[in-house]
Design a protein around this ligand. Sequence first.
Ligand code: HPA
Ligand code: ZN
Length: 349
Amino acid sequence: MNTMTDFPREKLPELLRTMPKAELHVHIEGTLEPELIFALAQRNGVRLPYSSVEALRAAYAFTDLQSFLDIYYAGAGVLLHEQDFFDMAMAYFRRAAAERVVHAELFFDPQTHTARGVPMGTVIGGLARACAAARAELGISSALILCFLRHLSEADAFATLEQALPYRQHFIGIGLDSGERGNPPEKFARVFARCRELGLRIVAHAGEEGPAQYIRDALDLLGAERIDHGVRCVEDASLVARLAREQVPLTVCPLSNVKLRVFDSMAGHNLADLLDAGLRVTINSDDPAYFGGYLNQNFLETFHALPRLEARQAVQLAENSFAASFVPDDWKARWRDDLARTVARLARA
Ligand code: HPA
Ligand code: ZN
């Protein structure tokens, strides 16, 4: 696209905010804002170990993935009823639609809820109802991806899959999240084989805190079609070459990576290097209520900190998000046309 070479830099923030985009890595429990946590705690009679919204927010001083996960799982404890899951997801969809997210694939962590006695049907029922309402009321398409918690056993993942199968029509795929270190993909090879037999799409967190080898293993042992995070792939040059050759999507989450100290600062993030290496990188928000911003904030802060990123990369990232999404090709083509029109309109204005 040659409108790209002379796209005025001062319009870059507006391009980032107004271009259509897909979000492929957002944990719906990570969109629970402190205000909603308090509102749901009150509605459900749940006692919180924090005296106020401010006190809760002050606890969001993470030093690594585990220090975040401890608070994140505690926050999800206010979710009890189908309506709670619906309200949480609708709050996310409203923000996403306002940011020109045209499609979102949401992760959810059923084990966090079923372990507290919340039935699987309550979790999936509320989320699926929100997906339908988001389509009807906001014009945003979405899909659900059920994640296994990797700090739990493979037997627990198998049991979770069994409990979810009555709701099979409501989720398109399976992911793997939670503490990566010491919980390699290999631990879940058998349950993911079963998921593939069932025709589920496969993604996995790998190479966030864990080594490059976990990325290889997620591809080879789990059959992952996308890698969530994957930023540590750069530690293995032949892996980078393979990811480029096979165009394996990486769902990168820049604000998350800085907050959880995968990188010291946004200026030190390797996202521009990954793009330069020809990898199919996307930008995502991960757990936006905890990491200081939703999708557009991730785009804006990343482009601000990495001046090598220009309009061409913005368009590439949006196109990558469409290419990497689990939707029919004609949807992707429509979004790409919408993107081209947005760029042309801004370049002319
Ligand atoms: N990594 C692993 N597990 C998670 C994350 C993450 O970034 N967010 C929510 N669960
Ligand atoms: Zn994640």
